[in-house]
Design a protein around this ligand. Sequence first.
Ligand SMILES: Nc1ncnc2c1ncn2[C@@H]1O[C@H](COP(=O)(O)OP(=O)(O)OP(=O)(O)O)[C@@H](O)[C@H]1O
Ligand SMILES: [Mg+2]
Length: 276
Amino acid sequence: MAEGFVSVLKGVRFSYPRTDTAALDGVDLEIRAGEWIALLGPNGSGKSTLAKHLNALLAPTQGVCLVCGRDTRDEKALEAIRRLVAMVFQNPDNQLVAAVVEEDAAFGPENAGLPPEVIRSRVDWALSVCGLSGKERSPVYTLSGGQKQRLAVAGALAMEPPCLVLDEATAMLDPQGRTEIMDVVADLNGRGMTIVQITHRLEEVVSCDRVAVIDGGVLRWQGTPLDLFALGPDLLATWGLETPPFIRLWQELCGAGLLDPAVPPSPKEVLDALCR
Ligand SMILES: Nc1ncnc2c1ncn2[C@@H]1O[C@H](COP(=O)(O)OP(=O)(O)OP(=O)(O)O)[C@@H](O)[C@H]1O
Ligand SMILES: [Mg+2]
């Protein structure tokens, strides 16, 4: 699915019009095919600005951003880039465009002028990946928050993008809705889709391949989730990252020799270790 996908940012600097400070200040980052990368950082650190560079909603003031070799400043490449990288934002209500579930998921492929049978099979596939099979004819307003956000993901998937960028896509959801979205993301990545996931929640980065921390428009740190947790709550707090009780508990159980710190934390194992 993600075969050959790669996005490269070199020395990317970006300033919004009429601002003095750079929202991105010399960002070098490569996102490789099939990778699940999480982007963390405090409010206003530049996460959304970076995400918007990945599908050419913004273009660098200096430096270069390439998506599969296409320069995001090249207007002729915009359509191709937007097919390669789909975005899902925070608020599902701002992303849904139709009144009925299957019509919403069909919006992208219909706009792209695809034949009806291709649209039908893409919509069926996208809704089934997102756990919405059976809801095809449901009015969108009857969906829960988590279902609406899964429909927003389905709408992005119906374009069959090799890369999906989620900009705090779980932020407005309850714990159940967050789990639903994270399960879909894990499934998609398991099928080979490249995932760029922006989040404030450390428990959501446990399964990803690589974490990048941005602060003040600068990439401050990159590593695996386990390396990140090993930095400790105090350093993480300086980046506005709160260590959730689940990770703290896991760390204590590792410290007590009850869990292996080389194995990423899972709620089930933490519970089992607690009950031993
Ligand atoms: N449209 C805009 N015009 C001017 N400045 C902006 C604009 N959008 C963002 N900024 C500024 O750019 C910087 C980076 O913002 P950005 O939205 O990328 O941060 P973020 O990490 O996504 O924050 P959050 O966690 O709140 O979503 C901030 O200082 C912000 O105030
Ligand atoms: Mg943001």
